[in-house]
Ligand binder design. Structure first.
Ligand code: FES
Length: 319
């Protein structure tokens, strides 16, 4: 098998190919394979790892373009997933600055984490009887997010970060903010929600790649949606993002039940911006928008049931 590994020596990027017998690595994990190459072929190969049991989050790398937790990925799984090839391209996580070979700089991501105050800021008053103990329901609400090990796989897969890192944070940062904001012992959820809003919460592009690849099956995309809902409930609802969300609601519930692209653009960006920036005009030219739809369209079949479903989801979200 061939492993083409992206390397960086501090000055230049290059690729190095290592040839390994399949029988030597088929019982190993991906991390085991990297260690095998380091021990048997090239001591200079750099990567990070510590616990080897999917706890420390240090061993994220990409294989053939997608991020994996190396110690939690069996080579047999990779052979199955990429059964048409015996060549694997191993690269550092995307959306991070590379320090050396497969090792990346975590400091900017940790700085982002600090912005949302990821540690619990507990309320000062607890009942004398219960103290700060949580009941099962309160614990279950946040236990999934406790599993996040900050491996960076979600950030590597994030299409928004790939396009522009300047106005967004790593998806796991929002997951952390969601977790502490939804902890029954928190003093004030807004301590975590507000900095999420001011640091790109509404800029998620809904590709869900963070969710698809998370080795702990956590949905950062859902946590982002949850934080947005919390922000809007608390009155943080100005700007393009909340206007866009409200427009979806208006179309689905108050209007015909059909998403109306022309109204969506106008409501989200405002008439002058939508026309000036050309969004509406471009969509109309491409046949994506029917100008007549500005007057609304036929109500869809089953609209009453759709409204019932949305109202039920809203009620559940408020609980
Ligand atoms: S080495 Fe710790 S998570 Fe992989």
């Amino acid at each position: 098998m061939k492993f083409i590994i992206d390397r960086f020596d501090g000055n230049k990027n290059y690729q190095q190919t290592y040839t390994v017998e399949k029988k030597d690595i088929e019982a190993l994990t991906l991390l085991g394979t990297l260690l095998f190459i380091k021990q048997h072929q090239d001591l200079t190969l750099n990567f990070t790892a510590s616990c080897r049991m999917a706890i420390c989050g240090a061993c994220g790398v990409r294989v053939n373009g997608h991020a994996y937790l190396a110690c939690d990925t069996k080579m047999t799984e990779l052979f199955e997933e990429y059964k048409d090839t015996d060549i694997f391209r191993i690269s550092p996580l995307s959306n991070y600055t590379v320090i050396s070979d497969l090792a990346v700089d975590w400091e900017p991501a940790i700085e982002n984490l600090r912005k949302v105050k990821p540690g619990l800021v507990a309320k000062s008053e607890f009942s004398e009887k219960e103290g700060c103990r949580q009941n099962q329901e309160q614990y279950d609400r946040i236990v999934g997010q406790w599993d996040c090990i900050l491996c960076g796989v979600c950030a590597s897969e994030c299409n928004k970060l790939s396009a522009d890192r300047s106005d967004y944070m790593e998806p796991f940062v929002y997951t952390r903010a969601w977790k502490v904001a939804n902890d029954s012992r928190t003093k004030d959820p807004m301590i975590h929600v507000k900095p999420s809003v001011t640091n790109g919460l509404w800029n998620c592009v809904h590709c869900h790649e963070c969710t698809n690849r998370c080795p702990k099956h956590i949905s950062a995309a859902e946590d982002i949606a949850g934080l947005r809902a919390m922000a809007m409930r608390k009155g943080l609802n100005s700007g393009v993002g909340p206007a866009h969300a409200k427009s979806f609601y208006t179309d689905l519930v108050e209007d015909s039940g059909r998403l109306n692209e022309i109204r969506l653009a106008l409501r989200t960006e405002g008439v002058s911006t939508a026309l000036r920036a050309g969004t509406a005009v471009t969509l109309m030219r491409a046949g994506k928008m029917n100008p007549l739809e500005i007057f609304g369209g036929h109500t869809i079949e089953g609209h009453k049931d759709l409204v019932k479903m949305i109202k039920a989801a809203q009620a559940a979200n408020k609980e």
